[in-house]
Design a protein around this ligand. Structure first.
Ligand code: 4AD
Ligand code: MG
Length: 481
């Protein structure tokens, strides 16, 4: 029966309330005095107030207008006399598209639900202000990333999700198999015979698209991936997911400095995009952040609020120091001397823990830091060896509150050195002939990095648990929804 097309609330709120006839569809947030409906359709954090004439509305219908119910309302958009909104919808016809039983609805709560409760109800949490803001910002960040690379002429390359290679040389992968788990075929020596498997060899979910991206870069010049990656490490932390999205640019004819410049430009570009385009959502999350801070003791409170923090990152040059310089700073730091670190720093060569990274970023430099030239032993096989024969052209970007947000390097383009490295690190060179072919045929200097998308969203939204910035988090003992 409806003749008017639906308008999104976001568009209504920037239009003139000139008395014209409009239709909105959305979900009830609150219903007051049998008269005022606050309705939200997901297009913006803001609700539209619809006013119904309860004398003309059947009491049966009034009863069904409850939090969470889906409605279609048609009426006139007029200036509002009440406080808190500039316009309102004078409802003429109201249709209930979907009831929402208050007795049953998990979000029908008197108090604000905890993030933990909402994680358990991740299928419904999009309906809260916090999560709708987070996922609109997540979208804006993804868009800005594609926009950034497109403007620079990068080719978006989709690398495989199922792979037989192990890009990071770490044994933390999920197997992919079509064999019977209970009773797999076995060879003469009793081992599982993967020749019988779907792909005729052992396969798993990818931990990174880098190696394949390198193949693309060595012909297309500049490529990037943006896809899901998987790690089976048993990390039950607020920074790790078993399934996360990664952006991996790879650039031919680039060195480590070019790589760092690209990474810094990218991060600043996408943060600026969100500051310019997601003002309402950011403002909401900023207030949320400030409320959270108030619950902490004074000395634990952040110096900057969320908006200030984002501006601070876009306006300042990231600090660039070598691993060796970082070790000196850490060795002489107060928490190290007072044995406050869980892992004591006493010598060059140790891997940095997140407590050390956070000290450098949050206490020492108080800004994003790019650490370069790590010891070769603690980094992946493909990183370019420096002339000192001890360190590699690696870089990690460390962010306040997050720790490592980007990891990257200039790649080893010299065939002999790469082959030697693979031998010492037990990487099967024969199986990786395709990777080594890039070094055999027209090798060239090149560099790239991986940006963890959820760590970026975490930083930009000011949230503190990575499980709250991906729609359906995957972590140890949890694959719900
Ligand atoms: O440092 P990583 O392991 O680097 C690579 O995978 C390289 N192949 C990237 C490249 O050079 N192309 O991972 C890159 C980033 C990290 O800095 C971090 O932000 C994120 O991916 N990351 C995770 N995010 C969420 N959960 C996890 N378990 C993550 N592991 C890494
Ligand atoms: Mg890393």
């Amino acid at each position: 029966m409806e003749t008017i097309k639906r308008t999104k609330i976001k568009d209504l709120l920037i239009s003139k309330p000139d008395g014209r006839e409009i239709n909105v569809k959305g979900w009830v947030r609150t219903f007051r005095n049998n008269q005022f409906i606050s309705i939200n359709d997901g297009s913006t954090i803001h609700n539209l107030q619809a006013v119904i004439n309860f004398e003309n509305t059947a009491s049966e219908t009034l009863k069904r207008i409850s939090t969470g119910a889906a409605l279609s309302i048609t009426g006139k958009l007029v200036p509002s006399l009440g406080k808190g909104q500039t316009m309102e919808l004078q409802a003429e016809t109201l249709e209930i598209l979907g009831d929402c039983d208050p007795e049953q609805y998990p979000l029908q709560l008197k108090n604000r639900p905890s993030l933990e409760y909402l994680r358990e109800n991740a299928h419904l949490r999009f309906r809260t202000n916090t999560f709708s803001a987070i996922f609109r910002i997540r979208h804006a960040l993804a868009f800005a990333i594609h926009d950034f690379f497109n403007k620079r002429g990068f080719v978006y390359l989709n690398t495989p999700i199922i792979t037989a290679s192990d890009a990071e040389g770490a044994g933390e992968m999920f197997h992919v198999t079509s064999l019977s788990i209970a009773n797999p075929p076995r060879n003469e020596t009793g081992k599982v015979d993967f020749k019988e498997d779907f792909f005729g060899k052992e396969t798993h979910l990818t931990v990174s698209g880098q190696l394949e991206a390198e193949l693309g870069a060595m012909a297309l010049g500049e490529v990037y991936t943006f896809g899901p990656t998987f790690r089976a490490e048993n990390s039950n932390t607020t920074r790790h997911l078993a399934e996360f999205w990664m952006i991996e640019p790879e650039v031919a004819f680039a060195n480590l400095n070019d790589d760092m410049d690209l990474a810094e430009d990218l991060l600043k570009y996408v943060m600026r995009h969100v500051l310019d385009n997601c003002k309402d959502d950011l403002e909401f999350l900023n207030n949320r952040f400030l409320e959270e801070e108030k619950t902490k003791p004074q000395q634990d409170r952040a110096e900057l609020d969320l908006l200030q923090k984002l501006h601070f990152c876009t306006d300042n040059k990231f600090e660039r120091i070598t691993y060796t310089e970082a070790i000196e700073i850490l060795k002489n730091s107060t928490p190290n001397k007072k044995k406050k670190f869980q892992y004591f720093i006493n010598e060059w060569g140790v891997d940095l823990q997140s407590e050390h990274e956070r000290f450098l970023v949050e206490k020492h430099f108080k800004k994003p830091v790019i650490l370069t030239d790590y010891p070769k032993e603690i980094k992946a096989f493909y990183m370019r060896l420096n002339d000192d024969n001890k360190t590699v052209r690696a870089m990690d970007i460390l962010f306040p509150g997050i720790g490592e947000i980007i990891g990257g390097s200039q790649r080893e383009e010299r065939l002999d050195i790469l082959e030697n490295k693979m031998k010492t690190m037990n990487i099967p060179a024969e199986e990786m002939y395709w990777y080594l072919d890039t070094r055999r045929f027209g090798s060239a200097p090149h560099a790239g990095f991986g940006l963890g998308f959820e760590r970026l969203v975490l930083f930009v939204t000011g949230m503190t648990n990575i499980r709250d910035v991906i729609p359906f988090p995957r972590f140890p003992k949890s694959a719900e929804f």
